[in-house]
Design a protein. Structure first.
Ligand code: PMP
Length: 410
């Protein structure tokens, strides 16, 4: 254990130590079967148990209502960028068969690189009119950065759209929606019919990318979402597994929609295939599922989402406070997202001023066993990811280093 670094990587990222110990035993012999977890059949009784427990843990902790199902796939968040468009355009076709593609709107709220990628994929796939209902770069300080969550008056939704899409936490820029319903940036609260009379359909196709905030705190208005998706590789497990929480009206017969002119949907991207196949229509990511299940069990034992939600606030506050001290002392640090603009609890992103200072910061961190701090290549700087497996003590260790660094740079 002593030789392990503190991994602040954005994903894949740190996982709980006890889970890794148990998983390493299971690599040789899973659950007394004499077969390792990487080798056992996904259709075995023992593995079936893993899947059903994993599902129950998600349902229980997030309080998923009976209107929604939990599905898994292997395509990552990126796979969902495509799946969402195809499945929800098929749904729209079945609801409104005679509209032309120009009359089918897919509304995207763009607040960072990931929601932009999702909107770009929707444009690439065609079949509808992709409308960027808000682009946060327009309300940014410099006119070109994703550095804020626009206030509600900025969103312009279409009437009966096929998709209303947002990314709850933008991992690259470190901007996240607020969960406080009284806040002007608490997006899902804003999206209910009473808030927007133009959204007349009783079942809004509200889609949320929760890749980097899934299971870090409760999901507000979960029941009002059509699809919530997340890659496992941040808070809950190794890469290779994607979790979707899908409202049942979004599990549609894509072949029937294709007969009416919708795009054919590759079988493995269709929610109906996953649903009908009880999440094993083909071979799932067995190790990822298994380890993710262990992580969720561990979370439950530690106090569940309530506990981790509070812990996230504490860790983020400590790091943002250290960042502020560095800003105040000679501008050594420079936070990219200002307080009140949707600063993420999961990814703290900042720059370091001064010739060669960023490299010095990273080198010093490396020497102390603090890893994964380099910002995303598209924005540079430093990114501190504070997913569930990072303890308050881990955050303290980083904060101490940040303070020492600021002193040394004076
Ligand atoms: N959305 C968000 C918010 C992400 O952080 C990521 C990956 N880091 C993705 C989507 C893409 O996910 P994947 O790599 O699983 O395709």
């Amino acid at each position: 254990a002593e030789s392990r670094a503190i991994n602040f990587g954005a994903g894949p990222c740190a996982l709980p130590h006890s889970v890794l110990e148990e998983a390493s035993k299971s690599l040789l012999n899973f659950n007394g079967t004499g077969i390792g977890i990487a080798e056992i059949s996904h259709r075995s009784k023992e593995f079936g148990q893993v899947i059903s427990e994993f599902e129950s843990l998600i349902r229980e902790q997030l309080q998923v209502p009976s209107t929604h199902v939990v599905l898994f796939s292997q395509g990552g968040g990126t796979g969902q960028f495509s799946s969402i468009v195809l499945n929800l355009l098929a749904r729209h076709r079945l609801l409104y068969p005679s509209l032309s593609p120009e009359e089918r709107y897919l509304d995207y709220v763009v607040t960072g690189s990931w929601s932009k990628s999702a909107a770009d994929e929707a444009k690439r796939l065609g079949g509808g009119n992709v409308k960027v209902v808000v682009d946060s770069r327009e309300s940014s300080k410099d006119g070109k950065s994703f550095d804020n969550i626009p206030t509600h008056d900025k969103y312009e939704f279409s009437k009966n759209p096929a998709v209303v899409y947002y990314c709850e936490n933008e991992t690259v820029q470190g901007v996240q929606f607020d969960v406080d319903p009284s806040s002007s940036t608490s997006f899902p609260y804003h999206l209910l019919p009473k808030d927007d009379p133009d959204l007349t359909s009783p079942l809004i196709p509200l889609v949320a990318d929760y890749s980097s905030s899934f299971m870090s705190r409760p999901i507000p208005r979960l029941a009002d979402h059509a699809v919530i998706f997340a890659g496992a590789q941040k808070n809950i497990g190794p890469a290779g597994l994607t979790v979707m929480i899908v409202r049942k009206d979004c599990i549609v017969d894509v072949d029937a929609a294709a007969k009416l002119g919708a795009a054919p949907v590759p079988k493995i991207l269709s929610y109906k295939t996953l649903y009908d196949g009880k999440n094993v229509p083909n071979t799932p990511a067995t190790i990822s599922l298994y380890i993710s299940k262990l992580v969720l069990q561990d979370m439950k034992e530690k106090g569940g989402l309530q506990y981790f939600g509070e812990l996230s606030k504490i860790k983020a506050k400590k790091v943002y406070d250290a960042l502020k001290r560095g800003e105040d002392k000679g501008g050594v640090f420079e936070g990219k997202i200002k307080e009140g603009n949707g600063r993420s609890l999961m990814n703290v992103v900042f720059g370091i001023n001064g010739e060669g200072a960023e490299a010095r910061f990273l080198e010093g961190a490396e020497r102390r066993g603090l890893k994964g701090l380099k910002g995303h290549r598209s924005v540079g700087g430093i990114r501190v990811s504070l997913y569930n497996a990072l303890s308050e003590k881990d955050a303290d260790t980083l904060v101490q280093y940040m303070d020492e660094f600021v002193e040394a740079e004076q």
